[in-house]
Design a protein around this ligand. Sequence first.
Ligand code: G3I
Length: 334
Amino acid sequence: HDTLGDLAKRAGIKFGAAVNTDVLATDAKYRHLVGTQFTSVTPENVMKWEVVEPEQGVYDYTAADQLVAFAKQHHQVVRGHNLVWHNQLPAWLTSGTFTAAQLRDILHQHITAEASHFRGKIQQWDVVNEALNDDGTFRQDIWYNAYQELTGDGTGYIADAFRWAHQADPHAKLFYNDYNLEFTGVKSDAAYALVKQLKSEGVPIDGVGFQGHLDTQYGYPDLQNNLQRFADLHLQVAMTEVDVRTFVKQNADGTYSDTPATPADAQKQIDYWTNTVKACLAVKACKSFTTWGVSDNYSWIPGVFTGEGAGLLYDQNENPKPQYFAVADVLRHA
Ligand code: G3I
């Protein structure tokens, strides 16, 4: 039968998954699903700074290169994730021994090295990830603080990052990526102001990634309108990390299942998934939809939100769930 990727292709979009490369190497069923169901892949961890530059100036692209090769073999595009983030930085970098000017040089070097290494192989790069707090202020992370000290404008690293990435890989589409942009409010407004400003300064930004980590307890966001207003700035938009978590039942041994706590939650998950796909399909500039993982047994959610889970389209045994069939239907009738 048709895969999600096949159906999405007919609907005119890529349908991708974030891939855990350790699991890809060891779990044949997972590998089969990744290779057949999806037309785009994102490395869940192995293009992040702590993995690719574990020692200063010493690069290790082994795992990421393997995924890029897998993608080529399976005619998939690759979303690069990510070049600049406050998280998953190597210890040598966060040790606090660098001056602000050195940090700017380190950032320049890292972006240039990594984006050059993958030049021509990345469809969309998440150049800057999660620069904003939920209250719409800028996250005062290592990059912000360095630029603040150097130039009096902490946000300056963002424009630099896009310019350096563009120099290193002129054909990749360059994205700002963040969570909670799905909801109308201060954070989405701040991201809108940020990318509008970048565009007006001629910074080479091509798109905005809406991560889409949804939770049934918070209600379904005003997603389509938010996608559309960013698209109206002549930017691409993409759903980059979609999962829909909910509270789940506990097993007798204390572990958590991937069975939603109530039938109402189970139905909400299906509705959130279908509405999210429909929102992307309804916005012309949304051509890429990625789920943050494949199956519930390898999802990041239970490790971070105790008692929540069941966020993905496949269950803990890597079998398709009702939301899989619901999403397939939406794509089929697009
Ligand atoms: O690789 C080490 C391993 O050597 C060690 O034994 C093990 C022990 O904890 O940790 C392993 O590292 C883990 C890493 O994933 C690789 O599996 C980290 O502890 C763990 O924190 C890390 O979690 C990742 C998380 O980002 C970090 O913030 C998740 O897998 C990944 O799904 C998640 O992805 C993020 C996106 O990049 C950005 N948006 C939000 C999204 C979800 O948090």
